[in-house]
Design a protein around this ligand. Structure first.
Ligand code: NAD
Length: 367
């Protein structure tokens, strides 16, 4: 299997967690004699410092020539005074546009050994397995017009969606729900927003084409509560860009840490993979970052871009087995019951567990 990956490590903890995720992909490649190639490129604050722009043209070209793009995180407080279109985060929005992926898959799993890390009751989050499908290229983040007139004191952002944009992401969500528990929850604010009414009507129109999938609609404000009170009731959650951003971050409470959440963006020219968390300037450069979200993102690369489902499952099993032990990064530590490890040590532990998981799979196939 050949896979050409563009690596955009970015800022803050981005390079730290990306290093561990790439280490895992290299281990899978070595074990299966796959030909994985990695080309690094700049994005975010580090690109502003080197090239004066958060997304240099060379990065766009490397990304578009790749089979998949792995992005760490962008964001650096030293650029906070810049206007939004010049900040590191503008590079992220632009690369998403360039690659064209519109379906952002954000799994939220309750890892049993992390039940104590959640402020929610362990029995309430047991076995939670939600897949958020967040529309990534439309809505308030991209809608025009947008402005901030400092003289008049007025700022404008526009939420805009076309039926086609809703339909294409909804189809992906229906298909995924059909392969899972068959439940699709579409989240909106249809009691106030016309855009949300369009989302509802489009999803309802598609529903008869997917008879194996049950559809329900939720308003985003009550959904934020349901997600905490009864997360086990949800399977695939489909929503627009801003609501999906907020709800999927909220779901970090279920998984025990924002550092545990992976994501994949499909549907465009090249798939984009990134852990959900940001550049975490508060812990950057200290070896404190949890690399497991990035490593689980690497598993999504194997699943969605390399077609290596067994290897993806082996990586996920390796993460689960590491969580069963006492070693934890600080964000998922359990007081005196945990031995705190660094980002690099956590990567090494997953690496060792992965070797065992792949050996087990190999032995099973040999029987
Ligand atoms: P953040 O996700 O960077 O951090 C939020 C909190 O979670 C922090 O306390 C941080 O230490 C912790 N955290 C995050 N990831 C962690 C990990 N892997 N291990 C351990 N702890 C972790 O969000 P923020 O603080 O709101 O934003 C910081 C910067 O990141 C900002 O510049 C923001 O714009 C940017 N950002 C980038 C992305 C992205 O690149 N996809 C996403 C969100 C935020």
């Amino acid at each position: 299997m050949k896979l050409n990956l563009a690596i955009l490590a970015g800022d803050g903890i981005g390079p730290e967690v990306t290093r561990e995720a790439i280490g895992i992909l290299k281990a899978v490649a070595e074990f299966g004699s796959h030909d994985f190639r990695f080309t690094e490129a700049l994005i975010g604050g580090i690109a502003i410092l080197a090239e004066g722009t958060p997304l240099p043209q060379a990065t766009i070209e490397i990304a578009l020539a790749a089979d998949a793009v792995f992005l760490g995180a962008v964001g650096d407080d030293k650029f906070n005074a810049l206007s939004p279109d010049k900040r590191p985060e503008a590079g992220l929005l632009r690369i998403r546009q360039e690659l064209g992926g519109f379906a952002n898959l954000r799994p939220c799993l309750a890892f049993a050994p992390l039940a104590d890390n959640s402020p929610l009751k362990p029995e309430g989050i047991k076995d939670v397995d939600i897949l958020f499908v967040r529309e990534l290229l439309g809505g308030l983040y991209f809608g025009q017009p947008r402005s901030w007139d400092k003289k008049t004191g007025e700022a404008v952002n526009t939420m805009r969606y076309s039926k086609t944009e809703v339909e294409r992401v909804a189809r992906i969500a229906f298909e995924l729900a059909g392969k899972r528990k068959g439940k699709l929850t579409q989240v909106d604010k249809a009691n106030v927003l016309e855009c949300s009414q369009l989302w509802r009507a489009t999803v309802d129109e598609l529903a008869p084409q997917y008879p194996g999938v049950t559809v329900e609609h939720q308003l985003v404000d009550s959904m934020a509560i349901h997600l905490m009170n009864r997360p086990r009731d949800f399977d695939v959650v489909l929503t627009e860009n801003l609501f999906g951003d907020i709800l999927s971050d909220e779901s970090g409470v279920i998984s025990g840490s924002l550092g545990m959440l992976p994501s994949a963006t499909l549907g465009g020219k090249v798939n984009l993979y990134e852990p959900v968390h940001g550049s975490a300037p508060d812990i950057a450069g200290q070896g404190k970052a949890n690399p497991l979200g990035a490593i689980l993102t690497a598993a999504m690369v194997l699943r969605h871009s390399a077609g290596l489902e067994a290897e993806a499952q082996a990586v996920e099993a390796a993460v689960a087995s590491v969580l069963d032990a006492v070693h934890r990064t600080g964000d998922i530590a359990r007081g005196s019951r945990s031995a705190i490890v660094s980002t690099e040590q956590m990567g090494k532990l997953v690496h060792e567990a992965l070797a065992q998981a792949l050996d087990r799979q190999h032995a099973m196939h040999a029987v």
